[in-house]
Design a protein around this ligand. Structure first.
Ligand SMILES: C[S@@+](CC[C@H](N)C(=O)[O-])C[C@H]1O[C@@H](n2cnc3c(N)ncnc32)[C@H](O)[C@@H]1O
Ligand code: SF4
Length: 413
């Protein structure tokens, strides 16, 4: 689960995970566990307790979005979701219009609870739909269930349903992907996330591909799949607002935009990540925080000391700027001058990037744009983001030595 919080002067996002799944999809390397017993009650108590501890530590006063992610948060009882939201509201302001999303697996069990999740305070659903190759992917739903779940979610939250779909899967061709996507677009709502399959070490799928039992599409083919999906979505009125995300009718996810805009967020639950200034503990700089991954250990830690923070590291000015760049360049709007100035008042975007010959090459060949709006990728450049990022990040390290002092109090958005 992930919650986004905004303090009057500081924007803070808070992430909270439900780490359990009914089975392991063959390709997935996320932090997930098959539950051995029903521990919903203790899990909920600990999520509430950690929420309270970290909210106090961050000293935020208002939350603008909440994201319940996983694992499979649609395995959590709606009462657990309600309890976490109540903990938030007890401590800080959670406005009625706050975006509250929940990731849903399109199983009958998940679908039957959608209405109760809405009663609990959820107002946006994100549904992981893999319509084909379900067997190979080890998914626990059928295409018919996926369709029914999308319909039910749309009935409950019209205009606030996202579907996640994956390309570059074993045996997939450009043609079969186009057919699949075009079918999906007939039924989907106003938000689509496209993920290219990453072959993760340690997964069943990785082993099968290594052994030669399965083959995945070539890099050229996946590049074609990505480009054809972008065109398809554009033709159907979707605007791309990030490398993998498309929305129409203003349905962009406010929560995800918080990450890409470099806002602060708090992570709650096993394996959750956070980025915030621990003002309540006397901190002045932004910290990168990771919660303990293994649920049983995390539960013990929360019971003993109120939180399961395993790792915390204060970020230097350069590290914050690197994150602002890596995240900001993923958005089609890129990084505006004003946004950059919040994090780097001393050196402008033009100071850092305007004089480099390597950046000039990217500008000249049309991959990057640096103009009065700011720095961003072109349509073609977004597909090659990794390459240009290597160059722009090197420049940040070159121009902004670690010695520069970074004051988190500067950004007031
Ligand atoms: C980790 S899941 C959590 C939500 C939910 N359990 C589900 O499966 O949809 C979030 C998204 O990550 C995607 N995902 C997981 N592993 C991936 C991989 N190796 N490559 C690309 N996408 C992946 C899933 O397909 C899903 O759309
Ligand atoms: S893709 Fe989703 S359902 Fe499948 S194992 Fe990963 S987190 Fe669980």
């Amino acid at each position: 689960m992930i919650l986004t919080l905004v303090k009057l002067r500081h924007s803070v996002a808070k992430s909270c995970t439900w780490p359990y799944c009914l089975r392991r999809c063959s390709y997935c390397n996320f932090n997930k566990y098959i539950p051995r017993e029903d521990n919903h009650r203790v899990m909920t108590e600990c999520l509430q307790r950690e929420t309270e501890t970290l909210l106090r530590l961050s000293q935020v006063s208002c939350i603008t979005s909440v994201f319940f992610g996983g694992g499979t948060p649609s395995l959590a009882p709606p009462s657990s979701i309600a309890a976490v939201l109540e903990s938030v509201s007890r401590q800080v302001t959670l406005p009625d219009q706050a975006e509250v999303s929940l990731e849903v697996n399109p199983t009958p069990a998940g679908m039957s609870k959608l209405e109760d999740y809405c009663q609990a305070g959820v107002n946006r659903f994100s549904i992981g739909v893999q319509d084909a190759d379900l067997e190979v992917l080890g998914r626990d739903h059928s295409s018919c269930q996926a369709l029914q779940t999308i319909e039910e979610a749309q009935r409950l939250c019209p205009g606030r349903v996202s579907v996640d779909v994956m390309f570059g899967r074993p045996g997939q061709s450009v043609k079969s992907w186009e057919e699949e996507l075009s079918e999906l677009l007939k039924v989907c709502d106003d938000h689509v996330s496209l993920y290219q399959l990453t072959l993760e070490r340690g997964t069943q799928l990785f082993k099968k591909v290594q052994r030669g039992d399965l083959t995945v599409p070539t890099e050229d083919q996946t590049a074609q799949m990505y480009q054809s999906a972008r065109r398809f979505l554009q033709q159907r009125g979707f605007e791309q607002y990030e490398v993998s995300n498309f929305a129409r009718n203003n349905a962009a996810s406010l929560h995800n935009l918080s990450y890409w805009k470099g806002r602060q967020y708090i992570g709650v639950g096993p394996g959750a990540h956070g980025r915030f200034v621990p003002l309540g503990g006397g901190g002045v700089g932004r910290e990168a925080r990771t919660q303990t991954m293994e649920p049983d250990v995390w539960i013990r830690e929360v019971q003993q000391r109120g939180h399961g923070t395993r790792r915390r590291m204060e970020l230097s000015c350069v590290e914050v700027l690197e994150e602002v760049l890596v995240m900001g360049m993923r958005m089609t709007e890129g990084i505006s001058h004003k946004h950059w100035e919040l994090f780097s008042p001393q050196l402008s975007l033009r100071d850092v990037f305007g004089t480099s010959t390597r950046v000039r090459e990217l500008l000249q060949n049309g991959q990057l744009i640096l103009d009065d709006r700011g720095l961003r990728c072109s349509w073609e450049g977004l597909a090659l983001l990794d390459r240009s990022l290597n160059i722009v990040i090197t420049l940040v390290f070159f121009h902004l030595p670690d010695a520069l002092e970074y004051h988190e109090s500067l950004p007031t958005f």
